[in-house]
Design a protein around this ligand. Structure first.
Ligand SMILES: Cc1ncc(COP(=O)(O)O)c(C=O)c1O
Length: 421
């Protein structure tokens, strides 16, 4: 990666101060670690912290509304159902989907991808048929397809990446053939920070008559997504990575696909009629939502999306771009620093790095002793690590509440750790 001078870059974003979008809204950011160091939370690609309104809305629902949804005629059940369905509408608006029937609540990106692999696979793929993935996928977008491979004998075709962590688009185009049934690719790499050209990816797939699933786990917190504008066939994301609660996520699917693939799990909610001879399934999206949904988490997710929308992606992107560029420049001042992934223009708010021969686990553990939370390891992307010829990295990832001071603390921390080796 080239060292770039951004000294002249002005921080124009109205975003965080420790009191504003920082500790005021996210009390955990005021925590002191090991009784000594103020927390510097840089593990946002793993999960984000939750603003007060998310936690409070969920507490309020448990205290005052709690009842199972879609079932009861009583007051509370109806109120809970209204909240749950209003949340679905908030998600629909957030993603720019045409209909709430296209918004399926899941437990997260992993479940959303498994659902598509399993149900689309069952409906449309047989032995020898192919799915196109990429070398930079998270395990959830590899193993789901390998399970289908074990069941139905499908083949995985993999788009290679360049040395600086971008998809090789020429190679991508060449992977299509008469056996290609679906493309499943990440929007943003959770390791390299690469923002993939998904509009081109989708357009090329559609020219071959092939639908596309986008793994949006790492893009939705950082950039506006409009599924109709993208024209993707499926889109998956997780609530907990976008300031929402854990245990809830979303699968967007075009109605034409959701209509013609079978349900994922069987149980309550997803049926219309049941007899021992024959069961008929519920309408969309309930056909894919077996069992009691997490109707409290859906409220939390909706409040999180409201929060993100109220800050606005223009401000979020400006702030995080500034922070990422600043971090890249400051990190490159450190002797032995290697940053993985593309240059800043195609680089999202995730920075994976190694310093000299210092093992990533040692670096992460020692940074933790200074109150700095980063991720270490293979980041659920072992094939990517193999491609890069490494075992793992340290990863710092930013959210809208991080500041340049956080970056300075990281740099000072790494310098301090480096001196010990
Ligand atoms: C790119 C990507 N895809 C999928 C996932 C899985 O998300 P979850 O564990 O929330 O299902 C992650 C989580 O780190 C991710 O970064």
């Amino acid at each position: 990666m080239e060292k770039k001078d951004i000294q002249s870059t002005k921080v124009t974003s109205p975003l965080p101060t420790r009191e504003g979008l920082g500790v005021g809204l996210f009390p955990i950011l005021g925590k002191v670690i090991y009784g000594k160091y103020p927390l510097v939370y840089l593990d946002n690609a793993a999960t984000t912290q939750k603003p007060r309104q998310v936690v409070e809305a969920m507490t309020e629902e448990y205290y005052n509304v709690n009842a199972n949804v879609h079932r009861g005629v009583h007051f509370l059940s109806q109120q809970a159902t209204e909240l749950h369905e209003a949340s679905r509408e908030t998600v629909r608006r957030f993603l720019g989907a045409g209909s709430a029937a296209e918004i399926v609540f899941t437990r997260g990106t992993t479940e959303s991808i498994n659902l598509v692999a399993s149900c689309f696979g069952q409906a449309f793929m047989k032995e020898g048929d192919e799915v196109i993935l990429s070398e930079m996928e998270h395990h959830s977008n590899i193993v789901s397809w390998q399970l289908l491979q074990a069941r139905q004998g499908i083949r995985l075709r993999v788009v290679p990446i360049t040395d600086d962590g971008r998809l090789q688009m020429d190679a991508y185009e060449k992977l299509f053939n008469e056996r290609t049934r679906i493309v499943s690719i990440t929007h943003v790499s959770n390791v390299l920070g690469t923002v993939n050209p998904i509009k081109d990816i989708i357009r090329i797939a559609h020219e071959h008559g092939v639908p596309v699933l986008i793994d949006g786990a790492q893009s939705t917190p950082h950039m506006a997504v409009d599924v109709q504008d993208l024209d993707c066939d499926f889109f998956a994301f997780s609530g907990h990575k976008i300031y929402g609660p854990t245990g809830i996520g979303v699968l967007y699917g075009k109605e034409k696909w959701l209509d013609c693939i079978p349900p994922y799990m069987g149980g309550g909610e997803m049926i219309k009629t049941v007899s021992f001879e024959k069961t008929t399934f519920n309408e969309l999206p309930y056909k894919f939502e077996a069992g009691t949904p997490d109707y409290v988490a859906s409220t939390g997710l909706a409040r999180a999306l409201d929060f993100v929308s109220s800050v606005g992606f223009d401000a979020i992107e400006a702030h995080e771009r500034d922070l990422t560029a600043y971090a890249m420049q400051r990190l490159m001042e450190i002797e032995g620093m290697k940053i993985f992934g593309p240059d800043i223009e195609e680089h999202d708010a995730v920075i994976s790095f190694q310093v000299g021969n210092i093992h990533h686990l040692d670096m992460g553990t020692l940074l933790d002793r200074l109150g700095i939370a980063v991720r270490t390891g293979h980041h659920c992307a072992e094939p990517l690590m193999r491609r890069l010829g490494i075992e793992g990295t340290c990863r710092a990832s930013f959210a809208l509440y991080n500041t340049r001071e956080d970056v300075d603390a990281l740099v000072a921390g790494i310098q301090r750790v480096s001196m010990m080796f």
